[in-house]
Design a protein around this ligand. Sequence first.
Ligand SMILES: Nc1ncnc2c1ncn2[C@@H]1O[C@H](COP(=O)(O)OP(=O)(O)O)[C@@H](O)[C@H]1O
Ligand SMILES: [Mg+2]
Length: 311
Amino acid sequence: MHDLMIEAVDVVKAFGDQKALDGVSVAVPRGSVLGLLGHNGAGKTTLVNVLTTLLPPDSGTARVAGLDVVSDAHRVRGLIGLTGQFAAVDEQLSGTDNLVLIARLLGASPREAKARAGELLELFGLTDAAKRAARTYSGGMRRRLDLAASLVGHPDVIFLDEPTTGLDPASRLDLWGIVENLVTDGTSVLLTTQYLDEADRLADSITVLASGRVVASGTSAELKAQVGQRSVTVTLGSADEAARARVALERAGLQPVPDPAKHALTSPVGSSRELAVVVRALDEVGLEADELALGEPTLDDVYLTLSRHAA
Ligand SMILES: Nc1ncnc2c1ncn2[C@@H]1O[C@H](COP(=O)(O)OP(=O)(O)O)[C@@H](O)[C@H]1O
Ligand SMILES: [Mg+2]
């Protein structure tokens, strides 16, 4: 039994003189989900391709369940399920036939293959559409069939490359539920996403990738704490009051950021003592906030701050 089911150490991969991965390390313990977060072009798919044996790294090492993806590529392929933006579902075949074909390729008998296909279609709510060609499926159904296809061989490790990009909100929620069930059953997952809420919801730990480098990693709470400061937002009754409040807060040594549409000002606060400073500063100029709200940093703040640092 290996504790780290997915591991990359200092992986470098260049296309021409452009480094898509510039010394990337990640680790996914058994039964956990790593969220690999990054904008378009950050290097997410390249890392997935290295880890799934599709692309050899220029340097560094990558292992799945302790097996090297280069020297043990064949065994690695037998352990993993891959579903990506361009997965291997045949549009012309029905849901059932797609899954049966994969099961047969993996060595199942016709009977076993049929049984496995039926089981997965049921699990993914596709039983009613089982006999229809995949090209008639909606985006959400198609993505579920993709994921089902990657699970035919009961993989211990799955790679989900932007599994919910382009899905409607209901289909996203369905897919999240399915991933959570897989993890409950002990599957280890590396999931790439551009969505903070997705990483926040599904990932045990998050690695933020920007321009082929890891710019941060930790739990969502750790990342928030790392960049995150709390902030206080005061909402005033009018634009005029908001302008006066801004002057008062600046005079008190704070750095309020105005939101003119809401007559609101947001200012970072290091401690609750500074909250008192805000209230007092407003009081001194005879202003009273309509609303005073203390905000925790969001993963959005983290992401924006970190990507800015990286750029
Ligand atoms: N086969 C390729 N040939 C040339 N450049 C590539 C290739 N694949 C990816 N890239 C480049 O590598 C960088 C990372 O791409 P990618 O891994 O697809 O990012 P992401 O999946 O995070 O959007 C991008 O700048 C992209 O243009
Ligand atoms: Mg990609």
